[in-house]
Ligand binder design. Sequence first.
Ligand SMILES: [Zn+2]
Length: 318
Amino acid sequence: MLWLITDVDTEFDCVRFSGKPRYTGDPGLTEGVPHLLEFFDKFGLKATFHIQEQSDPEQSILLRYPQVYDSVQKSGQEISVHVHTKEADYETRKFEITAAVNRLREQGYDILTFKAGWYFSNESTIEILEELGIKYDCSPLKNSVVGSVRWYDMPDSPYNPSYNDITKIGNAKILMIPITNTRLGITVHENRYYEPELMRRGTEALAAVAEEMSEPVILYFTTHSWKPIETDGSGFRDWEVERRNEFFSFLSNYKVESLTVSEAGKRWQESNYKPYFLNLPDLLGTYRSIFNPLRHFWLVKNVLSRLYTVKYYISGEP
Ligand SMILES: [Zn+2]
């Protein structure tokens, strides 16, 4: 059984650039979101939009671009909350996440799902989410180190984490729905020549694993509101649009069930599935140059991630 989760980190375009924004305005929100909604509609896909909210009204999409919420809601897709803070302490995180969730609930948006901005999460975060009645968390990004959290030896399936270590299985009520197949290369990313083939190979690898399993295996397609837009803000990136089209056309050869995060989470819990670990290949590494340390990813990760606390180094994109 193969489940497809398509999600969109929906945020101000400036988050795209770690330095100074290269253009003004937010075409990712004003053009990218309508474009993606139409695309999902065309392919009959369910999608989850993790939409940026912060305590600061300037960083609130609800206050500045309410049409984003209207259009996602109207299309029947899921609205999730996406809070960006790299402060690790409980108080700051509680303040930011509560402000975001309350603002949405006051406007009648029923929020069940969360994804941490930059995947920056920790043990206090799940406590805060549970206090707020959030049920599903897409913050774990397998094979990465974010803040103080090493997301390596974690399950490849949804799991209830431990309050003491969110990368381990435990008794927390919240269900983590991790992104685990990044190393298979299932993403439209850098306009590298090998991407379309890699995406097909990654899907084949995952589908083969799913054949052997009695639990569903989740194929994640993760993107950003600004990803369809040129880096100078001038219009749509043709190659990105084309590859996305190609990939989802290819995916129609498979028996894949498209679900929002909360639909997948609910079904996982109702079916009482147990978490599992997979041994997925590092397909992305095999496409890197022999001199690129990422080619030797499995070795590098174990050495580097133990030596340093690296904010995010897998993709370099937020
Ligand atoms: Zn983000």
